[in-house]
Design a protein around this ligand. Structure first.
Ligand code: ZN
Length: 170
């Protein structure tokens, strides 16, 4: 199975609705409609694509003109794009090219009439976790040496006292 890589441009906002987001999708679409009707952001079109897992979605907001990383990140967070991914991407911008990517098993251009071709592709099987990123030809090509670096690792449950004290807790 082929994976198609899309790198966000300054005229795009990528939204990754991961986990079971069926209910959240309604909220996200309501927020996007509100944003568009406010005319405060230059959103031209909204594209929605299925993700590899059930109830996961990828959305792309195409913009009328280029916007800063800050504006695009604010839109991502407001639209519930996966926060772990969004925070890592924000940190990656300083460290590597292709910080913000969506990977799909569908070529959006061919299947949905999306306005551009993917930036790259690979034949990896399964999710692009850290190990897969090390081996992935597309990740090597687009992100280089630092392709598997993540800033925010998995959360660690706080120690009990963490929850009980006030003042200096750690
Ligand atoms: Zn790959």
């Amino acid at each position: 199975m082929k994976n198609y890589w899309y790198i966000s441009t300054p005229k795009e906002v990528f939204i990754d609705l991961d986990g079971d987001r069926t209910n959240r999708l309604v909220t996200v679409l309501a927020r996007i409609r509100g944003i568009m009707e406010s005319h405060k952001f230059p959103i031209r079109n909204v594209w929605m694509f299925p993700s590899q897992s059930d109830n996961h979605f990828h959305l792309v907001l195409s913009l009328n003109h280029e916007c800063s990383i800050e504006v695009r990140t604010a839109l991502q967070l407001y639209c519930f794009s996966d926060v772990f991914r969004t925070c890592n991407n924000l940190m990656r911008y300083e460290r590597m090219p292709a910080a913000d990517v969506l990977i799909s098993n569908l070529n959006w251009y061919k299947v949905f009439g999306f306005y551009r071709m993917p930036d790259s592709s690979c034949l990896c099987k399964g999710k692009h976790n850290n190990d897969a990123m090390q081996k992935c030809v597309a990740a090597k090509e687009l992100r280089g040496k630092e392709r598997a670096f993540i800033y925010f690792d998995k959360p660690v449950a706080p120690e009990d006292f963490f929850m009980k004290k006030f003042g200096k807790i750690k």
